[in-house]
Ligand binder design. Structure first.
Ligand code: SF4
Length: 132
């Protein structure tokens, strides 16, 4: 889907990150119910990704609490493309969903998964986000 992804304007793309990447000891993100909105406190790598999303003009970045709410977000916002970070299991489930909705997806698996303190290669995420 890489070529199709490049054709979608930044303003039509979402970033979906898992909440387990947050630094829960110092996170100042706003709890929005189904997800968090990062305020770039700098406590975890999400701040770097949020900063780039803001600079490029991405539609929104969601720090998701779980995968089930993603369906409603994608449908309600008529999203055309997503950059998604998750563990392999959640990623596989998510790709089935985005495929069924015809949402173009670029998936970056976590380097370290688990329920908290997870990690991702931010440079890989940034490279994908910047593609056009
Ligand atoms: S950078 Fe964002 S998600 Fe990470 S700890 Fe700070 S407010 Fe929370």
């Amino acid at each position: 889907m890489a070529e199709k992804f490049k054709a979608v304007p930044f303003s039509e793309r979402l970033v979906l990150l898992p909440h387990c990447m947050r630094n829960v000891k110092q996170c100042k993100a706003v709890d929005e119910g189904t997800h968090y909105s990062c305020v770039k406190c700098g406590g975890c790598k999400i701040a770097q990704i949020q900063k780039l999303a803001d600079e490029l003009g991405y539609k929104k970045l969601y720090v998701m609490k779980g995968g089930k709410a993603i369906y409603n977000i994608l449908v309600d916002q008529k999203v055309k493309a997503v950059v998604a970070v998750a563990c392999h299991f959640e990623g596989a489930q998510g790709i089935k969903m985005t495929d069924s909705l015809k949402v173009i997806t670029q998936f970056v698996p976590l380097l370290k998964d688990g329920c908290y303190d997870t990690d991702v290669d931010v440079e890989t995420v940034k490279q994908i986000m910047e593609q056009k």
